[in-house]
Design a protein around this ligand. Structure first.
Ligand code: SF4
Ligand code: SF4
Length: 367
């Protein structure tokens, strides 16, 4: 295994880490997979209560119990702020502490975790996080008691807001998306590198899309010696701010393929070809909507990012039936066909996407 510093935390993390969101149903297979990860030198396991139909932490805890001293486990819990969810109060420091001590640690069969992630975090919650008697105070107390070693966050916020989160100085690591088909977070990666915040990349294979490529994607990697998985993982790890690619592996076969992809160095003779692959994917990535929502609101009520997410499926997967189903689930008044082609959204799109044309294409293909 190859290890890298996880930011300035003082911790060395394996370049391939395990996102425990797709563990096998079968208990024996699950234990075998987790222990095979450890045997391969993987030392970071990210968990959350909601993964694996609510069984993620129970499964991870059971599988890793005999090898607990060899691994870092990451627990995760988000916080609700005032008015965020109807009928649900804001999360207090006591709520947060109880969740970790009474639910997550027992499920993980451990009395401490090396990492605690403030999950699904957004920059607008920073003030609430730091409030007196709030969640950060509770986390610091858990650290003082030796129950939590390091604090990170996971986020899907916009790249600009992720930079604000990084600059807050609260977190030692930040888990964010980055892959060959989504480079929108590159400025946030750069900021993390500058501030010594370790980057854990989630979705390094774009939700598995690069591991099971449709012909359109496979054709971008014409060299039969290079798989799209290898290109995808090598791309993520080629960014100097990235500490680890956290892949949601669900089988030994996936583990083996990912290990071969990160541990077999790119041959000198393949370097130029690998760069050409990265460039070809960049062209595709630049034509995809990142879902940033900077273009919202549309004066006609079109849900632009949701419609364009479907267009992404069509462009890289050619998944017409899945796209039809997803389109039918959009409120009729928010569908692409309601676009009046005013062009307001195009002025706001940082990717300079031809939104009007793309919406026309979707409406024609799916309506
Ligand atoms: S071009 Fe269409 S989607 Fe864009 S703002 Fe105008 S009506 Fe809305
Ligand atoms: S169309 Fe552009 S601005 Fe709108 S969500 Fe997609 S990438 Fe963002």
């Amino acid at each position: 295994m190859i290890y890298r510093p996880l930011g300035n935390s003082g911790v060395q993390v394996s370049v391939l880490s395990m996102g425990c969101g797709h563990l096998p149903e079968d208990e024996d297979l699950c234990d075998e997979l987790l222990r095979a990860c450890v045997a391969a030198g993987i030392n970071y396991f990210e968990t959350a209560t909601i993964y694996c139909n609510g069984q993620c932490q129970q499964k991870t805890g059971r599988g890793l119990e005999p090898v607990r001293d060899k691994v870092m486990i990451s627990a995760k819990h988000g916080l609700l702020v005032e008015g965020e969810a109807e009928g649900q109060p804001a999360t207090t420091g006591d709520d947060y502490r109880r969740e970790i001590l009474e639910k997550q640690l027992p499920a993980l069969r451990t009395d401490h975790v090396e990492w605690l992630q403030v999950g699904w975090f957004q920059a607008y919650k920073l003030d609430a996080l730091r409030r007196k008697g709030g969640v950060l105070e509770a986390i610091r107390q858990l650290q003082d008691e030796g129950i939590v070693d390091h604090v990170g966050c996971t986020t899907h916020d916009t790249p600009e807001n992720v930079i604000k989160i990084i600059e807050s100085g609260i977190f030692e690591s930040c888990t964010m998306q980055y892959n060959l088909l989504n480079r929108a977070y590159e400025p946030a990666l750069d900021a993390a590198g500058e501030h010594g915040v370790g980057v854990v990349v989630m979705g390094p294979l774009h939700g598995g899309m690069l591991a099971r490529p449709e012909p359109a994607l496979r054709s971008l990697v014409p060299n039969p010696e290079i798989t799209t998985t290898k290109a995808g993982l090598q791309f993520v790890l080629s960014h100097p701010a990235v500490s680890t690619a956290c892949s949601g592996m669900g089988s030994l076969a996936q583990l083996e393929e990912n290990l071969a992809s990160v541990l077999t160095p790119v041959a000198e003779s393949d370097r130029a070809e690998m760069q050409a692959i990265f460039d070809r994917f960049k062209e595709v990535a630049d034509s995809l909507c990142t879902g940033c929502n900077y273009c919202a609101p549309c004066p006609q009520g079109v849900d632009i990012s949701r419609n364009l997410r479907i267009r992404n499926y069509l462009a890289v997967w050619g998944a017409i039936e899945a796209a039809r189903r997803a389109y039918a689930e959009i409120e009729p008044a928010a569908r692409a066909e309601c676009c009046t082609q005013c062009g307001e959204c195009e002025e706001k799109c940082p990717n300079a996407l031809p939104v009007r044309q793309l919406l026309r294409d979707i409406a024609n293909a799916l309506d």
